[in-house]
Design a protein around this ligand. Structure first.
Ligand code: URA
Length: 472
């Protein structure tokens, strides 16, 4: 029997961790006290690694109901500090989380665009692992950019600029770090309640006014089917709303890279194009809609459409670009570099550039993101383990887009790389990523396939969630 003292002199519950494991193993729901006990025992070191591993596996196999998932999230938040912001920002604090994709540079344009619309964006992002890219790696292709900003520095940057994009601070949800490392080595990463609690605990600790989730599905996403993505989205949104944060999720396709560029420095340049009011349509569409929904959710726009119009305005009038430059300067980039950064800036070059040719005349049906990302990772653009060093300049430019008619022999992809040299089998993998059809290809208008809200009707959503937050 283990007992723990709870900060603040709250009641002390006594449970045997082995009994909690047995209960979950047998498919029963855990009580609030049991979940609290497990998280606290994890933090105090009273729970053995073997016990945590067994419990995570029991959760992976038996699942958790929505109440358990909510409690786990809340207890994980309580394992560390939460960010505190000035009272007058209480309706302005917004953020976005993406479940990860290829060529996803939406956050780079979105955060400054929202700041230019008057929001405060304390964006906490991650690094790339496996085939998906990370926002911090992209930003670190700008010389001297520092993602390490403590809460006081974040407050200062939000005050002066309106947005920052930073790494996870170690005091925020420390239980997640312990659980995540353990999930990684116990084959329990792909558990819906554990993913939900992991993502949402970190967002709740940011003390947000509104949150949007981009839950991706497809060959290059964590969820391979749209049903799986919707299931995760409902779980995330329910926890967000239950904890008082107006939250919605976009269900977006991730078969083909977003935009035309994959690779850290190339993606920053493409984000700059978007911030200059240009750039690829699919990227701009995601930035407009994601920003539009957030402005509506936090009450700064009457509808998602009006919100998207506001985002379009700050992209075209240069104010979002100014916020991006100011954010870079505030996060360590030299003023002369930050202030002149544009899509024509060179952010590093590679010694090798090679173009691959279209194998037959027809219409581009699909450009598969996953094999492209895997080859680029092998060339040094990404990492397979957290300690791998990456080359920010390695990447690819897509020279064609889905739906386009192409002629045999014309270039379709340009690879930027250093040694190790591109191997024939990698060239073949890249060539297999391009599907050419003899028929005209269907081009969906947007990557967004669905929008997931919590219980209430769309028209009432933002206001209703805000009301609940005020009452609770
Ligand atoms: N991102 C997280 O932070 N946690 C997960 O479990 C999955 C994605």
């Amino acid at each position: 029997m283990s007992s723990i003292s709870v900060p603040g002199g709250e009641d002390v519950f006594q449970f045997r961790i082995a009994d909690v494991i047995a209960k979950k193993r047998d498919g029963l729901a855990l009580s609030e006290q049991e979940i609290r006990h497990v998280v606290k025992a994890t933090m105090t070191g009273q729970a053995q690694d073997s016990q945590l591993g067994a419990l995570l596996m029991a959760v992976r196999l038996q699942g958790m109901n929505p109440e358990e998932t909510l409690t786990l999230t809340r207890e994980m938040v309580a394992s560390g500090c939460v960010l505190k912001w000035p009272e007058e920002w209480s309706a302005l604090l917004v953020d976005k989380h993406s479940t990860g994709g290829v060529g996803d540079k939406v956050s780079l344009a979105l955060a400054p665009a929202l700041a230019a619309c008057g929001c405060k964006v304390p964006m906490i992002s991650g690094r790339g692992l496996g085939h998906t890219g990370g926002t911090l790696d992209k930003l670190e292709s700008v010389p001297s950019f520092s993602s390490q900003q403590n809460p006081e520095q974040m407050l200062e940057i939000l005050n002066s600029v309106g947005c920052c994009i930073v790494g996870q601070s170690k005091n925020l949800v420390p239980a997640d770090k312990i659980f995540y490392e353990m999930r990684d080595v116990t084959a329990t990463v792909d558990s819906l309640p554990l993913i939900t609690a992991s993502i949402m605990s970190k967002k709740v600790a940011e003390s947000l006014s509104a949150l949007i989730l981009d839950v991706k599905f497809g060959e290059a996403a964590q969820s391979s089917t749209i049903e799986e993505a919707k299931h995760l989205a409902h779980s995330l949104v329910n926890v967000g709303v239950s904890l008082g944060i107006p939250t919605i999720a976009l269900i977006t396709n991730m078969d083909t890279p977003i935009g035309r560029c994959v690779g850290n420095s190339l993606e920053v340049i493409e984000a700059l194009q978007c911030l200059e009011g240009q750039g690829p349509d699919d990227l701009r569409d995601l930035v407009l809609h994601t920003g539009g929904y957030l402005l509506w959710l936090c009450g700064r726009a009457g509808s998602e459409k009006q919100g998207a119009e506001k985002i379009a305005k700050v992209l075209s009038d240069g104010s979002a670009l100014q916020c991006f430059r100011k954010m870079l300067e505030a996060q360590g980039v030299k003023p002369d570099i930050a202030r002149s950064l544009s899509s024509s800036t060179k952010l590093g070059e590679t010694s090798h550039i090679e173009e691959l040719k279209v194998p037959k005349t027809g219409t581009v049906e699909l450009i598969r993101a996953r094999p492209i990302a895997e080859v680029l990772n092998a060339l040094g653009a990404g990492r397979n383990k957290a300690t791998d060093v990456i080359n920010h300049s390695v990447g690819a430019q897509l020279l064609v887009r889905v739906g386009q008619h192409v002629e045999e022999g014309s270039p379709w992809i340009r690879i930027h790389y250093e040694k190790p040299l591109l191997q024939d089998r990698q060239r073949q993998t890249l060539q297999n990523a391009l599907s050419i059809s003899a028929q005209p290809a269907f081009i969906p208008a947007s990557l967004i396939r669905d929008v997931i809200y919590a219980q209430c009707k769309k028209e009432e959503y933002g206001a209703s969630v805000r009301r609940e937050r005020e009452i609770s």
